[in-house]
Structure formats: structure tokens, C-alpha cells
Design a protein around this ligand. Sequence first.
Ligand SMILES: *Cc1c(COP(=O)(O)O)cnc(C)c1O
Length: 357
Amino acid sequence: MLNFTIGPVMCSEGVCAVGGEQVPYFRTPEFSNMMFENERLMLKFAKAPDGAKTVFMTNSSTGSMEAVIMNCFTQEDKVLVIDGGSFGHRFVELCEIHEIPHVALKLMCGQKLTENELYKYDSQGFTGLLVNIDETSTGVLYDSEMIGDFCKRNNTFYVCDCVSSFLADPFNMEHCGADVMITGSQKVLACPPGISIIILAPRAVERVQNAKIRSMYFNLSSCLQNMERGQTPFTPAVGILRQINARLKEIEASGGADKEITRVAAQAEDFRRKIKDLPFAFVSESPANGVTPVRPMNADAYEIFLTLKDEYGIWICPNSGDMAHSIFRVGHIGYLSHEDNTTLVDALKDMMKRGLI
Ligand SMILES: *Cc1c(COP(=O)(O)O)cnc(C)c1O
């Protein structure tokens, strides 16, 4: 199997090996120490400010998006949501479900967020801003620093969903002033799905500790309290936390977060160069490194996905909703090489010869 989707992605041999081991009991000092190491490396790689805390949630990243909405906002807030695709729209829906007053800043498919567009919402009393730094459905990378400046100016609580951009695109949590950053195990962390990680800057820790929430499982204050001793309130996905530990140490040993970001950027650049002569159009105005959405000029995107899977053993990522038949996505995250890109592009060229593209 050769997997170019954007999660779950290919895991390294080291991460796969840990996945084959027995899963240990976890209320132990050994597990706690591993969790402290996971926290230390996560904070370092996110360039989090002093006093930031990490919680490891056993849920997909949508669960963490929801937990953040529930623990950081109330009906007294007024939240601006950058709604440029299906992940931005998920934040809008979460605000609706939890009755958080909000305004959606809608963007067209592939459109980037300009300073001009954002500053139309300046000085309007927004207390929170929600953005998916890489809007993975369209591959648009938003400017975390530019949005951070807006939030500082407006004293706005700043939530960054970095689910697919953490370790793929440069991100400096302290410098951009993000209060919350969310990511997940199955994207650039290249582990199986099941764990999502939330980093809370001091201002977010304070909000969470003062929140009155009606949920046992999504009580982030209780997660923080447990994490003081390297534990979680309930049984976590122990095996995946061990795989995350192996992966974080691999990244550290091979030069750290910036090195990994450079590697993903080169993987994306190599693919984009290799498909230049194929009858495809690029979609994103401001492409993120983790994924390339592609619009086939003369073929159905979903058919291309099916043929590659069934006849070539290669997985690319179909889109959902309106974009299912017009756009497919190729991921550059996980354990992939430039040779793997060549294998995919050769398959696409072969399909072109067969008149399928
Ligand atoms: C994948 C992704 C999510 C959701 O992740 P799940 O683990 O499927 O819940 C959220 N936001 C972004 C930007 C993503 O890429």
C-alpha cells in the first residue's frame, strides 16, 4: 500500500514496531514519565510560550475542537470564525450547537485570507477567533502571524486548529500569540488515529480552569489537573501515546520540528513540479505544505481516486461534499519519499495514456 491521503498516513518502521507490542498498564511512574516527555517535545515543537500546558485527548481532533469551544467560550463571547472550507465550517457548526455567538467570515474555495478582508472585522468587539491554519479541504494556508496581530490588537482569544499544519508549515505559538493550538495523531505526527493534542497558553489555562462546563469527558480542567502527574482522567489510547513518544523522539533525533517542516515542504514541492505537465489545475491561492488539492481538467476526480486505489494500489484523498467529483487531494505528510511521488506520477501518466485523465 502506498498512501498519499492526509490521515491516517504512512508510519515509520519505528512507529509500526511500537504498534506491534503489547499495551502496558498505565497508572505507573513509567507511563507518567513518558507523558511528561511527550508534553516537553510537543511544547518545544509548537514553540509554545512559558507556562503553556498540554493535554492528550483520546478522541479525534474534532473532539478537541469541540472541547475547546465548550471550555473556552460562553454565551457572553462573540467569536469570528474563518470559514473557508469544510473544517472552518465545522467550527461554525460547533458554535451553533453550543450556542456561542459567532460570525462566519466566508471565503471561496481556495481563497486566502487577506489583511484587508480580516480588518473589516476590526474593533467590533470580537472576543474570540477560530481558524484552521491549514484549511485541509482546500489546502489553503492562512497567515498565523497576520491573524495573531489582529487578535493582539483586538484582545481576541485566538484558537488555531493546526491539525494538518503542525510540523508541516512553520508555526510559532508564542510569537503569533495563539492561546490554543490543536493537532492530532494521524496527520503529520504520522501515528494511527485516536489521540488529539491541545496546547493551552497561560491565558487559555486560566479560561479552562474557570470554565463551568457540563461534561465529564470534555472537562479540560480535569485533564490539566491529571496531567500535573503525567496522567489522564480516563484510560487513554495508551498504545498510540507510546507511538507518539517514538515519533516525537525520531523527529528530535533527526533535527527537530524545523527539519521536519523543511522535509514536508520539499516533498510537496517535488510533487507539484512533477505534475506540472499533466492536465491538472492547482486550487489553492496560498498552498499549505501538507496537501495539494488538484482539479483534473478532463476527468472526474473521484474516478481517478478509485482507479488509483483499485488498479495501482495507490491511495490519494478524495474530497467530500460539493468538491467530491471536481477535486482530489494528494498528501505530503507521513513516511513518504520523492521516489514515492514518482511512483504516483508514473501511475497518473499511465492513466493518461489509457485515456482516463
Ligand atoms: C483532519 C482535520 C481535522 C479533524 O480531524 P479528525 O481527527 O477527523 O476529527 C480538523 N481540522 C483540520 C484542519 C484537519 O485537517
